[in-house]
Design a protein around this ligand. Sequence first.
Ligand SMILES: Cc1ncc(COP(=O)(O)O)c(C=O)c1O
Length: 382
Amino acid sequence: MASRPDFSCQKHLFDIPEDVTYLNSAYMSPILKAGAVAGQQAVAGKMRPWQITVPDFFDQPARACTLMGQMIGAGAEDVAVIPSVSYGIAIAVRNLSLAPGQKIIVLADQFPSNVYPWQEMAKSHQAEVVTIPRPQDGDWTTGLCAAIDRDTAIVACPQVHWTDGSRVDLVRVGEVCRERGAALVLDLTQSLGVMPFSVQEVDPDFMIVATYKWLLGPYSYGFVYVAPRHQKGVPLEEGWIARKGSEDFARLVDYQPEYLPGAGRFNMGERSNFMMTPIAIHGLESLNNWGVKAIAGYLSGLTDIIAERARGMGLKVADKCHRAPHLIGLNFAGGAPEGLTAALAERQIYVSVRGDSIRVSCHVYNDLQDVDKLFSALEGIL
Ligand SMILES: Cc1ncc(COP(=O)(O)O)c(C=O)c1O
């Protein structure tokens, strides 16, 4: 049974019509109704800028960073606001060293925002990008750990593969990186919020996340965690708000050589983002209040049933020990049938196709009825 005593479906908090089965949070999640109200109030606020005060520039982003820190076991001062994963990875590239002949390791078919920057960095340093091939059984961790050697400068990977939800054991990867002297850069866009993660356990150099998928947040809003050992590094921008004393608007031209403490220097320009920050805060508060562990437990109940029913139809899925609680690829040997997502969308069922698989992703607004609806439709179409 999918529901657990410590968590139940939260569909009532979202504006999802009864006849819509949305199983596509890996593409983009809806924001909560209350998050939308907070966002609408913020948009209306910009019609009355005389009501936007100096503390508004600082308090809301600080709250967002506190909530992100709570989620990952870090302090608010270790977290900065960024607009995208690409931006966060660029910070990591700027602050990690790479010698000629060294390696950067990525996974096969990894999301491009976490591949292109490494390819460019390798090119300009006469280094090499090594790609871990996709494992048949869904176990990325063994191949990844075996490939990390003393010549590895950087490992850049996710917690969950974006195409099919096969997972990486980041605690193990973190241990191996430390043992062999490699830096670890994580893009947790497809897992943070619905899968437990702690910087205390993994000790990454940088952790980057966009909020518009699993964090129930807005588009163009994300976070970077910067390990204390990199907090004296070089930011991408030299904006006024990342400098010490920036809250004293009357003295901004008393130019300040010092940055904000912690990860403060890595904040993007205009990080105060009055319209989006309240939505991001609402998503993070909700997830932290529900508890990521409880959410993961609930979603893995649904995903287990999806896996069982997919196998019953002859589709291939990763074994439970290698798959995420919330995201699963249902693999068609020889490719997904042409027009399948469109045929499902006609029935108000939304999933994605990635490679030879349909990617089904559950969030807190899904329940067993959604799973039933998906499989009744698949049985009818196939
Ligand atoms: C794993 C992963 N990382 C990052 C992104 C988005 O990257 P960016 O913020 O650079 O647009 C996506 C979007 O699908 C993704 O799946």
